[in-house]
Write a protein that binds this ligand. Structure first.
Ligand code: SF4
Length: 367
């Protein structure tokens, strides 16, 4: 397993041109033996409840943010909406069901009442039932519902192709007074790190990443990338790292003095590639970097994440997903083929202990 020999200080002072040169060496080494491919997952999002224990000041999704007529709060997704979503997902040949919710939604009485009315003792039991239903219909669940216990993760492992939790940032300033995580106990860095570590202990193919432009600086970002790399070195479970830039929105509390400049985003993509090498995929959401896809490819990304033909990006609903044809053309121009992948990467399907029998059975049916 490789690791960048460059220390944090060196990576911080390195020019964009030099980062690009190093990235090019790393990718050429890989491309000698592999096809030149950039991947994406054909998914749909099931947003179960936007009631959330935390209150991150940049968040547009949670129930505290004022909503309009077309975008109401969801106490618990209705069965009829779920069924129609599943119907569309079948028609559009989606493979991945991305399951989202606020953190611990059943910490709210209103959610507990709804769960009880539908016969569920807890949000977790409801989630397990849903994952099993999706598997029965040949979808591959990828759950990202915030912090849950080790035992819950253990139960979900067998019925999820992969799982995710953004590290976001371990910068301590963010949890202090005036920081974006001041009112978000679930965003305490040690809790997020423990969760990612637990996923490693359980051999869960895992997605994590950084949220860029929320008050952290480049040193914090590089330290976090090394931290993720160290966790992966220990457990071998990180499939991909998302580098997601914060986007301004109406009705939220956080309004940075200046949005993160594109050059900083490209720098951290390249630095991530230098640290991770070809071991972990580097992902950017293409709807948040429209017009800079070519530059992102040059800086070493290998994945565009989940792109849905039927559902919005719930976190950034004002930024629609690009058309697959559009991305195909850009990749082709750069000498890459855009290829669909599953929510579990091929090497993790083969890796001992990472893919349950139930998940393998669905993969065999849909591939
Ligand atoms: S934990 Fe997630 S859903 Fe909850 S407030 Fe923070 S960003 Fe929003």
């Amino acid at each position: 397993m490789r690791k960048s020999t460059l220390p944090i200080e060196k990576l911080k002072s390195i020019s964009l041109r030099k980062i690009q040169k190093k990235v090019s060496e790393i990718t050429s080494e890989f491309n000698k033996e592999h096809d030149k491919v950039i991947t994406y997952s054909r998914n749909f999002t099931i947003s179960l409840s936007n009631y959330c224990l935390n209150h991150c000041s940049y968040c547009f999704y949670n129930h505290r943010v004022p909503k309009d007529q077309d975008n109401r709060n969801t106490i618990l997704l209705s069965n009829s909406k779920l069924d129609s979503l599943i119907d569309s997902a079948k028609k559009f040949d989606c493979k991945e069901a991305l399951i989202l919710s606020g953190e611990v939604p059943d910490s709210f009485q209103i959610v507990r009442d709804e769960l009880k009315a539908r016969g569920f003792a807890s949000f977790f039991r409801y989630l397990v039932t849903l994952c099993n239903k999706l598997l029965d219909m040949n979808f591959l669940p990828h759950t990202n519902v915030g912090l849950i216990s080790f035992d819950y993760m253990k139960e979900l492992k067998n019925i999820n192709a992969s799982m995710g939790l953004m590290l976001e940032s371990t910068c301590e300033r963010l949890s202090m007074k005036g920081g974006v995580h001041e009112f978000s106990p679930g965003k305490m860095p040690e809790k997020r790190i423990r969760f990612i570590e637990n996923a490693g202990k359980l051999k869960i193919p895992f997605t994590t990443g950084l949220l860029l432009g929320i008050g952290e600086d480049e040193t914090n970002r590089i330290e976090d990338l090394f931290l993720i790399y160290e966790l992966h070195k220990k457990y071998g479970h990180i499939q991909e790292i998302i580098l997601q830039n914060f986007i301004e929105k109406q009705n939220i509390q956080y309004h940075p003095i200046r949005p993160i400049p594109i050059e900083e985003i490209l720098r951290i993509i390249g630095i991530a590639k230098i640290i991770m090498g070809n071991e972990i995929e580097i992902q950017v959401p293409p709807n948040l970097l429209m017009g800079y896809e070519k530059e992102a490819i040059t800086m070493g990304i290998t994945d565009f994440g989940g792109i849905s033909p039927i559902t919005l990006d719930y976190i950034n609903p004002t930024h629609p997903w690009p058309q697959i044809d559009y991305l195909t053309k850009i990749c082709k121009k750069e000498g890459y083929e855009l290829k669909e992948r599953l929510p579990i990467y091929e090497k993790f399907i083969r890796k001992e202990g990472f893919c349950s029998k139930k998940i393998k059975a669905v993969i065999n049916k849909i591939m």
